[in-house]
Write a protein that binds this ligand. Structure first.
Ligand code: UGA
Length: 464
């Protein structure tokens, strides 16, 4: 199958590479000439585990090529054209102008038997108009209607290749399928996925995508509220969630409490849904609360730091570990780290941050005035009064916390992802505080002279 993917961001590039891996002849087109040049030279615009490993061989085999969006042939010759351009305005609102511009360019060029597939996440009210928009663009050039389908993506950054190749389900929404073979064609593409393929009306497909993310966000905010109840009653969220997760009606996924959800999808899709619903007079109190709880998780991180530091952050040196919105990505979009860093700096702290991803480090330094970004955990924690984990990178979980304790000035540790073992950290002399775990008292003057002494006293091997 000849497939063209329009828009080579996180969704489009993963889609293009995976379809080429499945043996299709894929062209990825994009308006940004610098991105095309970089891809043609073998450089990826972002980090995604496993992407380079399938993309480079596909390009070498000739199954995957990149071209500028003005390349007509990639549109006129394609059996399937997949639209994967961005649709949010970066400010909690939908932005449909880009997809509209894209359709205006793409639709008139499609051959009469082509199938147009929209993979970008769009609001239901736009999806309801999509058939008329496409038919109108075809009519303007005197050409017949084409099949128009929605094919929402359910791929997590950091796991996108896996999620594409082995999805839990594939959803195909029908906007229009005049000759009735658009759906069969797309179904054929996904045969390799060995997953249930659900075919439905396009608006249902749109709500299936939004509904999945809204539910995941709700689970996280629920876990965070449950963590508050745990803190208030001296319970431990880890045990409570472990018990909940054995109930098959609940499950254990997306119940990790901490600094809350970030990224380009969950926060925006919650706030965009709330905004759109309210504008049309629809009350969505649950989703408003999901958003509210999530925002508070970030401010709560700063308040924990402040309290443990004796009530003031002024001139305190705070090390932040983790900038990307989650591990295994370098994406900073709506990353909790940026809010936390800004709030700490506003409160007078001297904030030094580290993330294993160079792009996350440089991006954060650009976006947060006053933030110092360093190249290693060691540089971040040296002389720090407090350290906070914002992203649960393996590097931080496996770090030598004895050595970290020795190089710090204070021993405050706020674990924004409940990533570390609270008891082990306290045994090392840290005033450790997670979310929903019994609180620590501030240890400004640790009783133990050094982390080594603490480790020895606790019987924990000190490797530093
Ligand atoms: C999310 C969905 O999981 C994907 O299915 C969807 O395709 C994608 O959005 C999208 O709409 O494009 P993603 O934003 O990559 O994927 O990240 P998630 O893995 O969902 O994590 C989102 C945020 O929630 C992260 O900041 C993560 O740290 C946080 N999180 C996750 C928690 O705070 N607790 C949890 O238990 C799980």
């Amino acid at each position: 199958m000849r497939i063209t993917v329009v828009g080579l961001g996180y969704v489009g590039l993963v889609t293009a590479a995976c379809l080429a891996e499945w043996g299709h002849r894929v062209t990825g087109i994009e308006v940004n000439p610098a991105r095309i040049r970089a891809l043609q030279e073998g450089q990826l615009p972002f980090f995604e585990p496993g992407l380079a490993e399938i993309l480079e061989p596909a390009v070498r085999r000739g199954d995957l090529a990149f071209a500028h969006a003005d390349d007509d042939a990639s549109l006129t010759d394609a059996d399937i054209v997949i639209v994967a351009v961005g649709t949010h305005d970066g400010n909690g609102g939908w932005q449909t102008a880009t997809v509209q511009t894209c359709l205006t360019r793409v639709v008139p060029l499609l051959h009469d038997d082509a199938t147009l597939v929209v993979r970008s996440t769009l609001p239901p009210e736009y999806i309801r108009q999509l058939g008329d928009i496409v038919d109108g663009l075809r009519a303007e050039v005197g050409r017949p209607s084409v099949a128009v389908l929605l094919n929402p993506e359910f791929t997590r950054e950091g796991r996108a290749i896996h999620d594409f190749m082995e999805p839990d389900r594939v959803v195909i929404g029908i906007v229009s399928d005049p000759q009735s073979h658009g759906v069969e064609r797309l179904r054929g593409v996904y045969e390799r996925a060995d997953a249930p393929i659900l075919v439905m009306d396009a608006v249902d497909a749109c709500l299936s995508k939004l509904g999945a993310n809204l539910f995941l966000a709700t689970k996280i905010s629920f876990a965070n509220e449950l963590a508050r109840l745990c803190e208030a009653s001296g319970a431990t969220i880890d045990n409570v969630v472990a018990a909940l997760s054995h109930d098959q009606r609940i499950g254990g996924a997306f119940l990790r409490s901490g600094v809350g959800f970030g990224g380009s999808c969950l926060p925006h899709q919650v706030s965009m849904t709330v905004r759109t619903a309210e504008a049309s007079g629809l009350d969505v109190p649950l989703l408003r609360a999901v958003d509210h709880v999530n925002r508070e998780q970030r401010t709560s991180f700063v308040e924990r730091m402040r309290r443990l530091l004796g009530g003031s952050l002024t001139d305190r040196r705070v090390a932040l570990l983790g900038l990307a919105f989650k591990p295994d990505t370098d994406d900073l979009r709506d990353a909790p780290s940026l809010t936390v860093a800004r709030l700490l700096i506003e409160a007078g702290a001297d904030v030094v941050a580290y993330d294993p991803m160079p792009a996350a480090r440089s991006g954060a330094a650009e976006r947060v005035p006053g933030l110092t970004v360093v190249e290693s955990v060691g540089q971040a924690v040296a002389d720090a009064d407090a350290v906070g984990i914002v992203t649960e990178w393996r590097e931080f979980i496996e770090a030598d916390w004895v050595a970290i304790g020795l190089t710090m000035r204070g021993r405050i540790l706020v674990d924004g992802r409940n990533a570390l073992d609270a008891e082990a950290m306290r045994a090392l002399g840290f005033a450790y505080e997670g979310y929903g775990r019994p609180a620590a008292d501030a240890i400004l003057e640790p009783a133990m002279a050094t982390a080594h002494d603490a480790a020895a006293a606790a019987g924990v091997p000190a490797s530093a």
